[in-house]
Design a protein around this ligand. Sequence first.
Ligand SMILES: CCC/C=C/C(=O)SCCNC(=O)CCNC(=O)[C@H](O)C(C)(C)COP(=O)([O-])OP(=O)([O-])OC[C@H]1O[C@@H](n2cnc3c(N)ncnc32)[C@H](O)[C@@H]1OP(=O)([O-])[O-]
Ligand SMILES: Cc1cc2nc3c(=O)[nH]c(=O)nc-3n(C[C@H](O)[C@H](O)[C@H](O)COP(=O)(O)OP(=O)(O)OC[C@H]3O[C@@H](n4cnc5c(N)ncnc54)[C@H](O)[C@@H]3O)c2cc1C
Length: 670
Amino acid sequence: MTSATKVNPDLSDERKKVEFDVEEFTNWYYKGAENVAEKRFLENFFLSDPELEDKVPTSYLSHKEKYENAVRKAVLVVNKIKELQADGRGGVDIYMALLGGTLGTAIFREANPITVHFVMFLPAIMNHGTSDQQAEWISRAWNCNIIGTYAQTELGHGTYIRGLETTATYDPKSKEFILNSPNLTSYKWWPGGLGHTTNYAIVIAQLHSLGKCHGIQPFIVQLRDEETHMPLKGIKIGEIGNKVGMNTVNNGFLAFDNVRIPLKNMLMKNAKVLEDGQFIKPKSSVLTYGTMMFVRVVILKDMASYLSKAVTIALRYSMVRRQSPIEPNKPEPKIIEHVTQQYKIFPAIAKVIVFKITAEFLWDMYNQVTHDLDKGDLERLPELHAISCCLKAVCTNEAAQAVEICRLSTGGHGYLNSAGFQDIYGMVTAAQTYEGENTVMFLQTARYLIKCWEKAMNGEKLTPTVSYLENFIKGRNSRQSFQNSPSGILKAFQLAAAKKIAESNKHLEERKKYLSPEEATNQTGLELINASELHCQAFLLQATIEVLEDSTKQTSLQLRSVLKDLLELYSVDLALRYTGSLLEFANMTSSDIEFLQRSLEALLKKLRYNILGIVDGFDHPDQILGSVLGTYDGNVYENLINAAMKSPLNQEDVNKSFHLYLKPFMKSNL
Ligand SMILES: CCC/C=C/C(=O)SCCNC(=O)CCNC(=O)[C@H](O)C(C)(C)COP(=O)([O-])OP(=O)([O-])OC[C@H]1O[C@@H](n2cnc3c(N)ncnc32)[C@H](O)[C@@H]1OP(=O)([O-])[O-]
Ligand SMILES: Cc1cc2nc3c(=O)[nH]c(=O)nc-3n(C[C@H](O)[C@H](O)[C@H](O)COP(=O)(O)OP(=O)(O)OC[C@H]3O[C@@H](n4cnc5c(N)ncnc54)[C@H](O)[C@@H]3O)c2cc1C
């Protein structure tokens, strides 16, 4: 972690003031010293490989060079993983760390063209394939003998997947499906790696058999020749072009012209087509959506990791950058002394912890529910779907906002590519859209909440994530005054969520008297999103309070106290951000707001000298951060000039454009 160069004295002075043991925090954060040792081993194993180091910063490469470099590295990384596995080390976790997490983005900067192979193609075969199909495809895919993507979205439809237009028509004579893209809007558009990397895909298409359409189903389709990599007959394929970020993912397009695949290539764990063309319905049609749910759960973990990088960069920089005297005639302070600067960064640090805890909570819930599903029990699937949708939306929205605020908190230097924010933002903001656009995700949760509300009104028992609605209906909580503590703020959010759900339901019912239920839902959309968001914020806070309480029982008093301060900061900031809803629904008064404001300021002050220990404790080596502003040694000005010198323009004193254009122009008298 420590760099060989001399640490900037401003930063080393700060480190001396931290009151808790940073390593103890690291061990707590990564759930044990063993995990920390493994994390450090992996980081060192990959990042010390000179083949994975970029001699020229990738931002100076062309689009094509960036892609080729990313493919080269992807192959190296997977080979290195295999090396580790041959030594009996690690399993799926290594892939996750390298394909999405901080280590993966340290290597690829933007992203990896084979991530979707591991995150969606393989899970789709596992989720939707029969045991025979798994036997046929999994080991080839796992060994990367074939590389696949998940081709669902089309030019015309991403959200409304029932409206997808690609067709798979069963021909009982040849026992084959015929794939077609009937028009331009049915072209597949976006799948990661599809452009020039993958040779197979899970294609989601409308199944037609015996003259009837049976809705969307997954098919495994070969796209390119396994030797020459040329697109197969009837397949049109390419890349969709430059994007805001993630430019090394090689997102592609795909169209079919009468492409035939055998019957066995429809993934048939759930729905089936028999040889004679008879369609056998699945136990539930939403089982087709399982792979999306898996990724929504994974995204949450990624948000905590990406945001932890952004806050580390912003905070370290704020502790070495000096600007603008606060008192006249006094020296310029570190910019962190400006209270407004503290507010830009400290609450975002608290969010990292809240998102990480909740991500782990959701991961456990996902594993439990999929275990139940394997036994045919679908009972908790709607609850998991509802909570994963709103968590995906809130956490990606908030992470994107927080990363941008971190960038702004570093002033002009933060706008430089070498500051590292652009790549982080590119990854985070993409997740606001992919795997379900966020507004649509909020509306999915709201649909569930309205159903739960109706159930609760009928006296039915509710699942754990919504059980607070029962308390509300029984009249508990509603008359309590607002309490300024994490559990008091949680109660206020649950009350506000319950009242907002009730109010949305009331307006929905009123509208249903003269509108169709669907149009009534559309007209009530703004309130439904609001209800969904309040519900989600309550869940994030509840999960964190419960886990922190439990997981800090064995920690030192000093660490427990800092984590308690961070939880308080998170909840006070949350309450202040939602004063509108809390004033309207949760017995909050203007004097409560004044008190919250004072608490916020007091907490910033209290955390001022411990907060560096938290970001140091995230334990990101400089290579992971990839930022001239965030290095452990804090030597930002030296880093800035060194990075500037790597610009290709700085490799010569005079650029040829001077002789070609400037000189004739400057000498001309026109
Ligand atoms: C590295 C990553 C790269 C990125 C990759 C990608 O982006 S890949 C591309 C990613 N693309 C996207 O993410 C596309 C986003 N779009 C979608 O997921 C769907 O089109 C939809 C969910 C918005 C609507 O679907 P619809 O019109 O069929 O549904 P509806 O609203 O009429 O509700 C019907 C019922 O289904 C239920 N239910 C729904 N989903 C699930 C689920 N996963 N599980 C369980 N249940 C689910 C729902 O609760 C409702 O239950 P109820 O109330 O009847 O008991
Ligand atoms: C970086 C990246 C990687 C991707 N990777 C893949 C991949 O590997 N495979 C794949 O298949 N796809 C992939 N996608 C596609 C992605 O899943 C879709 O873009 C996403 O689901 C959103 O769909 P859309 O683009 O159709 O947006 P639209 O649905 O057209 O959204 C446009 C606007 O319409 C609004 N809107 C739409 N429907 C509703 C509604 N019902 N109610 C209210 N508002 C609505 C939205 O809120 C949004 O404001 C990727 C996308 C990105 C950006």
